[in-house]
Design a protein around this ligand. Structure first.
Ligand code: PHE
Length: 403
């Protein structure tokens, strides 16, 4: 049997990363603008790669089939494990909520129906793939990814040819230095580099931590390239002050697209970007939906037959749909909140697991993340501070850009 290629695994990780987080980056980064957004996004990429590696290091003590949950159950106390599971479910639920809310807005405009009806139709149609089978999700994901790649290349290359360098590198003046706004970008950037439930899959796929490590780095590097290209192309076309209405509308993709639409003339670029944002939302909805679906089926012990799957479908999709119908709130706020919760199981818990297991087996054989215990503490601090920044921004205690 031929060995799986590193690039293949890197593509899996990249496709898990690319999603809602990426769509939220331009609105969340508008305050910090180009230079500080590039710094914040690149720094988050390094931290999130290290935290994935720490999880990989923790996994090396267990059999290849072991999952995140296996290690967490073995190492953590019942209470901490409960919090870990809760944060996993919370992140999945809030992401589904954000996808449903924004697709409701996009499709109500396209179809000329109410936002509520558009949301219900979207959930009914797209969750049907998840309800049917993993295979159906696999098939439709490939089609969507193809659409995403083509429309991204067409749209972004169109934007790239229109970049205005003075707009891109506009400098903050006097009191309102742009750097302070970078802190509020971190939670959204953290969400956009979330892939950690797939670390154990990578290890099992390569049967080797060192190759899995390369695939993870490759995946986060591909995602970083996408994100920087995306942010730079948008910031070079849409001046900072034009983000005011986008931020006021919650930073959703629909608002971003209508602002871009008035800033560019080419119809084909507009179409390509529109298709890209819809394909990205649908594929993330289905991908995250499947993850939550499998997780809840396992948690509640629902059977894998028609009736069991229908029950799992209900607990997975109905709560976020109801929330989005009764209380639709800003896209960027939801993605940031997802980041603030995701920090628990993507940074803090992986670092804790690696630390505990280094103490349990001090001989340090096999894969060890470089940097000693300093790496562990830096990742923990990054995770804790990022959650704190989101809470401070929510309480209006951090500078929040309003255009
Ligand atoms: N990175 C994904 C969301 C995600 C977060 C955390 C873990 C897994 C996935 C996105 O941007 O849509």
């Amino acid at each position: 049997m031929s060995k799986p290629s590193t690039l293949g695994g890197a593509c899996i990780i990249a496709s898990v990363c690319v999603g809602a987080g990426m769509l939220g980056l331009p609105s969340a980064g508008a305050g910090a603008w180009t230079l500080w957004s590039v710094i914040a996004i690149s720094f988050t990429m390094i931290m999130m790669t290290l935290s994935g590696w720490l999880l990989l290091e923790a996994l090396k003590h267990y059999e290849l089939k072991a999952s995140f949950n296996t290690v967490a159950k073995d190492v953590l106390s019942g209470k901490v494990n409960f919090i870990n599971n809760l944060s996993l479910y919370f992140v999945g639920g809030i992401l589904l909520y954000a996808y449903i809310s924004s697709s409701g807005m996009i499709f109500s405009e396209m179809l000329g129906v109410t936002r509520e009806l558009a949301s219900v139709l979207f959930v009914a149609l797209c969750s049907a793939f998840v309800l049917h089978s993993t295979r159906a999700v696999d098939r439709i994901s490939m089609v969507l990814i193809l659409f995403m790649i083509i429309s991204f290349v067409l749209g972004v290359s169109g934007l790239a040819s229109n970049i205005s360098v003075p707009v891109l590198f506009a400098q903050g003046e006097g009191e309102s230095a742009y750097s302070a706004y970078a802190l509020a970008l971190l939670p959204v950037a953290l969400t956009s580099f979330g892939y950690h439930h797939s670390v154990s899959t990578m290890r099992d796929y390569y049967q080797d931590e060192h190759r899995a490590k390369k695939a993870i780095l490759g995946g986060t590097l591909i995602a970083l390239t996408f994100y920087l290209g995306w942010v730079i192309c948008i910031f070079g076309n849409l001046p900072r002050q034009d983000f005011g209405p986008v931020v006021a509308a919650g930073g959703g993709v629909d608002a971003l697209m209508s602002a871009l639409t008035s800033a560019i003339d080419s119809n084909s670029i507009k179409q390509a970007l529109h298709i890209f944002s819809i394909a990205a939302i649908v594929s993330s909805f289905i991908g995250v939906g499947l993850g939550v679906f499998d997780y809840l089926a396992d948690l509640f012990g629902f059977a894998d037959d028609k009736q069991g799957r229908l029950k799992t479908w209900g607990v997975t999709f109905v709560p976020p749909l109801v929330f989005s119908l009764v209380a639709p709130f800003g896209f960027v706020a939801a993605i940031g909140l997802a980041g603030a919760a995701a920090t628990i199981w993507t940074c803090i818990i992986p670092a804790t697991l690696a630390k505990t297991l280094r103490q349990r087996a001090p001989e340090q054989e096999g894969f060890v993340v470089p940097g000693g215990n300093a790496t562990i503490y830096v990742v923990m601090a990054f995770g804790g501070l990022t959650a704190a920044f989101h809470l401070l921004a929510m309480a209006n205690m951090l500078p929040v850009f309003r255009g």
